[in-house]
Write a protein that binds this ligand. Structure first.
Ligand code: KG4
Ligand code: ZN
Length: 369
């Protein structure tokens, strides 16, 4: 089995993934939403201290699950990039300690690759193999197979730190096609929630109030759609975020529930329409049969519906991660860890380092777009 560790942001998580059938055997996670809620965003120093406290606590639970017999663990996989340096280091320290103690190799995992592989997490409890999760084919292909453009997978990654469109040919061939010029999709929900005093994380809150706007048949606010006249395949959120801030300032204070819900719905409409338009632009060039949405913000129902309709229009098969594995978790890191393990891709303990950004070799240069 692979023991995996995730601590790139505000979730402390551990998992065990069986190497033979790549199934998830054990998964545990503690989020820090409550601790950061009053600040309206992550405070790195607090996040780091909480990881230092909680990672050992959940390791204890994992050991109890294994009856204190760790001999079945063949390697430790840990998120080393991208993320917050002060939180990544907590996970890496624990990983190195375990590797030294158990005399097993270390696997350094890119967190974004983890989100992509959240699409193929199958739980061990699913005994009936017909109910196992169907993974997008390119994710399961051996590296040496040359993939035709029509068989590739497009991925929309929307999280608190990233907004990207990627093209996946296989495990070692992933190119970044589009990214954000400024903030990220999830972060913009967090900022809007902060302006409205809705707490952290903002995504689920803003979505909740947007639904309220719809169910009460209030008229959503109208906000400008970002980069609407820009033909490039890129994203931007800071202008919209400011437009929302200014609209809130002009409203009578304290805000009524009706105004909060109208702002949330208007913002969600504009930000999802932005993603939709850029994804449509991508589909006009991209030949691949498969498309997926991953990352914490892929839980957003409005976004899922819009992209699902677009996939139907363009005849692409849509894949979504289970809601449980959309936000940060160690199960997805373990799933990538197994792929590295099967390719003998390990990092010597003394060379393993954290990095706030992805490394050069993590993704290939895109020639198609
Ligand atoms: O992937 P994730 O757990 O952490 C990062 O790697 O950043 O994503 C967290 C982000 C937060 O910004 C949160 O507000 C957003 O995902 N999020 C949502 C929703 N649920 C979580 N954004 C929009 N709608 C949601 N339902
Ligand atoms: Zn993430």
């Amino acid at each position: 089995m692979i023991l995996s560790i995730e601590s790139s942001c505000d979730d402390s998580s551990l998992a065990l993934t069986r190497i033979a059938d790549k199934k998830l055997v054990y998964h545990i996670k503690i989020s820090q939403d409550e601790e950061h809620s009053t600040y309206g965003g992550i405070v790195p120093e607090i996040a780091s201290r909480l990881h230092a406290k909680r990672l050992p606590e959940i390791l204890k639970k994992l050991k109890t699950f294994l009856n204190n017999d760790l001999s079945s663990i063949k390697a430790v996989a840990v998120t080393t990039r991208p993320g917050l340096s002060v939180t990544l280091i907590e996970g890496l320290m624990m990983a190195k300690t375990l590797c030294l103690g158990l005399q097993i190799p270390l696997i350094c995992v890119n967190h974004l690759k983890g989100h992509i592989y959240s699409l193929c997490i199958s739980q061990d409890s699913t005994k009936d193999s017909s109910k196992s999760k169907k993974a997008p084919p390119p994710l399961e292909l051996p590296t040496h197979i040359k993939v035709e453009a029509k068989d590739s997978l497009g991925v929309l990654l929307v999280s608190g730190g990233h907004t990207q469109i990627l093209q996946v040919n296989n495990f070692n061939h992933i190119s970044i096609i589009a990214q954000s010029l400024d903030d990220s999709f999830g972060e913009s929900f967090d900022k809007v929630a902060k302006h409205l005093n809705l707490g952290y994380p903002g995504g689920p809150q803003v979505e909740h109030y947007a639904k309220m706007c719809q169910s009460h048949q209030y008229k959503p606010y109208e906000f400008p759609i970002p980069l609407v006249h820009n033909p490039k395949l890129q994203f931007s959120f800071s202008g919209l975020k400011n437009a929302v801030r200014l609209a809130i300032q002009e409203l009578p204070q304290p805000l009524s529930l009706q105004d909060i819900s109208r702002i949330c719905a208007g913002f969600q409409n504009a930000v999802c329409e932005h993603i939709l338009r850029k994804t449509r632009l991508f589909f006009q060039h991209f030949e691949g049969k498969y498309f997926a949405i991953v990352g914490g913000a892929s839980a957003n129902t409005h976004l899922r519906q819009k992209i699902s309709n677009l996939c139907n229009e363009y005849g692409r098969e849509l894949f979504l991660a289970d809601l449980e594995f959309c936000s940060d978790n160690a199960a997805m890191i373990g799933r990538v860890g197994v792929e590295h393990y099967l390719r003998d891709e390990f990092t010597p303990l003394l060379e393993a380092q954290i990095a706030p950004k992805s490394l050069k070799g993590d993704f290939v240069e895109s020639a198609t777009f």
